[in-house]
Design a binder for this molecule. Structure first.
Ligand code: SAM
Length: 233
């Protein structure tokens, strides 16, 4: 028997979409991409499908400037760098931020192990012919002031410290730093069981901000100026 007086509370959630719904969004690039296969044992960076999805989202907005929270080994930095269009002046178009050291930082899950590998690593983007387009910032993202970069970036990737306070800070800063449409913020680790509060935070944020989660990945995104393709029934 059902109780007709029972209140059904709707839990907010990012809209879950299939990868093809992203691939179907038009972009102004040709068929060529420069791609790097992830090493089979690599961890702490993106999977192959996540890299493709991130790249597609970047092509959709064709950013003049990109900001990455969490450089790590610089694999994703290199991927984004080598696929930027040359429609714009090349100087310092890709800002990427990571820690100078581990002092005073709180970590959750495997983040401490990942951060330890990152310190002093010879980052992959340094092998790119476009390495001078990169501005490497070495600071705790908690000390970043997004207002210093107000509306400067068309594409922002949030993948640094996954503990809730850092994710909130990085997200709030990203919203200040995000340029007008077309533009996009992408988060990594949505749905990662190591960071349940991150997923809950993005789900709650989806009440104020349209957020999509791409199934088969741990990517979530907020896209301005383009429509996501409808789901096939
Ligand atoms: C998961 S890795 C980034 C992976 C990278 N985006 C990729 O796709 O290859 C997270 C990085 O965030 C950095 N990190 C952790 N806490 C941070 C903080 N408070 N401020 C800035 N960077 C931080 C770590 O040192 C680590 O390199």
């Amino acid at each position: 028997m059902t109780n007709s007086n029972a209140q059904t509370s709707v839990v907010p959630r990012a809209e879950h979409i299939r990868p093809y719904q992203v691939l179907l969004i038009p972009d102004s690039f040709g068929e060529d991409v420069r791609f790097f296969m992830p090493e089979p044992q690599a961890w702490g960076s993106l999977t192959t499908i996540e890299s493709m999805m991130l790249l597609k989202l970047m092509r959709i907005v064709n950013p003049q400037k990109v900001f990455e929270f969490g450089t790590f080994k610089g694999l994703t930095t290199r991927l984004l760098l080598d696929n930027l269009s040359d429609d714009y002046d090349g100087s310092q178009r890709l800002y990427t931020l990571d820690l100078p050291d581990l002092d005073g930082i709180t970590f959750q899950g495997a983040d401490l192990a990942v951060a330890s590998q990152s310190i002093g690593f010879k980052r992959k983007y340094l092998t790119s012919a476009r390495k001078d387009w990169v501005k490497q910032l070495l600071q705790d993202s908690m000390t970043l002031n997004g207002d210093d970069y107000g509306k400067q970036f068309q594409f922002i990737f949030v993948d640094a410290n996954h503990e809730l306070n850092y994710v909130k800070r990085d997200t709030e800063n990203s919203l200040r730093m995000l340029a007008d449409a077309p533009s996009c913020i992408v988060w990594h680790d949505y749905g990662n069981p190591e960071f349940p509060e991150l997923t809950q935070y993005l789900d709650e944020l989806s009440q104020e901000l349209k957020i999509y989660r791409i199934e088969d990945t741990m990517l979530a995104f907020h896209l301005l100026g383009h429509e996501v393709a409808p789901r096939r029934t």
